[in-house]
Design a binder for this molecule. Structure first.
Ligand SMILES: NC(=O)c1ccc[n+]([C@@H]2O[C@H](COP(=O)([O-])OP(=O)(O)OC[C@H]3O[C@@H](n4cnc5c(N)ncnc54)[C@H](OP(=O)(O)O)[C@@H]3O)[C@@H](O)[C@H]2O)c1
Length: 290
């Protein structure tokens, strides 16, 4: 699998496995183990997903069983809004690390651009300088918030994880990230299965030329834009299919055809809508959900 080098020299896989909505610990653990078997080495969780413990236990088991060694894994987790602010973020990091059962995290992200994320960022900078995390970044930061953070911090974010798929290209956001050397990472690269993406005519026809599915075409498209992707599945066949995207390339004509699919807005989460900021700010994590 191809990797990308972040601005601090750390290599990050271009394709990873996400565990959003995998609330059931047993099922989550089984999916993570299956994903390791299918070849995934990057795992994306978050304090707010409530499954850091299950992810950590499954990865520990994969290492113990000799399927993989810790150094090959790239583990991402994220800080939730209520833990923004310097002291709270430091504490929340220790708790995430403990739940994951790890000595260090590969990439630690501020999950949402809300509350005191400047304070949180100072905590992340400190953790990075102490070697507790190999890389630090943000998620869901709009171009102007990212610009502001980059211009007012000692260490710039290395990654910004945002929604990116064939129906939402976000070219301007990518341009700003490139300007500051921030690596884009796609969440929902399969549009969470919405808009009938798996039977989309354009994606299917392009994929057919290479013996690939619409899902594989969508993932490959982001990767060819040098966007790292994290995708999710509970089905072993889908995990393997999504991982099998390294033996074909899209032509310029394919990319032009995909350009037309861009809606220019999100149908999953409109970060310009104050109701979204309210919804996320109201979401509180408690011990029983973690
Ligand atoms: N930072 C953030 O705010 C944020 C937000 C959302 C997501 N994320 C991260 O991004 C990851 C991926 O995004 P996502 O989970 O929202 O959605 P996604 O990966 O775009 O789509 C997942 C859906 O696609 C289906 N699927 C996957 N491969 C398939 C295939 N080959 N054929 C048919 N169906 C397939 C899965 O169903 P099956 O189980 O049936 O395969 C699942 O319903 C998350 O798990 C999470 O780690 C981050």
């Amino acid at each position: 699998m191809d990797e990308i080098v972040l601005k601090n020299g750390v290599s990050m896989p271009l394709l990873g496995f996400g565990v959003l909505q995998m609330k059931d610990s047993k099922e989550c653990g089984q999916c993570v183990l299956q994903a390791v078997r299918s070849g995934y080495r990057m795992f994306d969780t978050a304090a707010s997903y409530g499954n850091e413990q299950a992810v950590g236990a499954a990865l520990k088991r994969a290492v113990k069983d000799g399927m993989v060694c810790r150094e090959e894994l790239f583990v991402i987790t994220k800080l939730w809004i209520q833990d923004a602010g310097e002291a709270a973020a430091e504490k929340a990091f220790e708790q995430s690390l403990k739940r994951l059962g790890l000595d260090y995290i590969d990439l630690y992200l501020i999950h949402q651009p809300y509350n005191d994320y400047y304070g949180a960022w100072r905590a992340l900078e400190k953790l990075y300088l102490e070697g507790r995390v190999r890389a630090i970044g943000v998620s869901n930061f709009s171009p102007e918030r990212l610009t502001d953070l980059c211009m007012n911090s000692e260490i710039m974010p290395m990654v910004n994880q945002i929604e990116l798929h064939p129906f939402y290209h976000q070219e301007e956001a990518l341009r700003i990230m490139r300007e500051f050397g921030v690596q884009p990472q796609a969440w929902a690269p399969l549009c969470e299965g919405l808009k009938q993406i798996f039977s989309n005519k354009v994606l299917r026809q392009i994929g057919k030329k290479y013996g690939k599915s619409a899902a594989q075409t969508a993932l490959r498209w982001n990767i060819e834009r040098q966007v790292s992707v994290v995708t999710r599945s509970s089905v072993p066949e889908h995990m393997e299919e999504d991982f099998d995207i390294w033996d074909f390339s899209l032509s310029e004509a394919d990319k032009k055809a995909i350009e037309i699919l861009d809606l220019g807005c999100s149908e999953i989460m409109d970060y310009g809508n104050p109701a979204i900021a309210k919804m996320f700010n109201r979401k509180k994590l408690c011990d029983s959900t973690l």
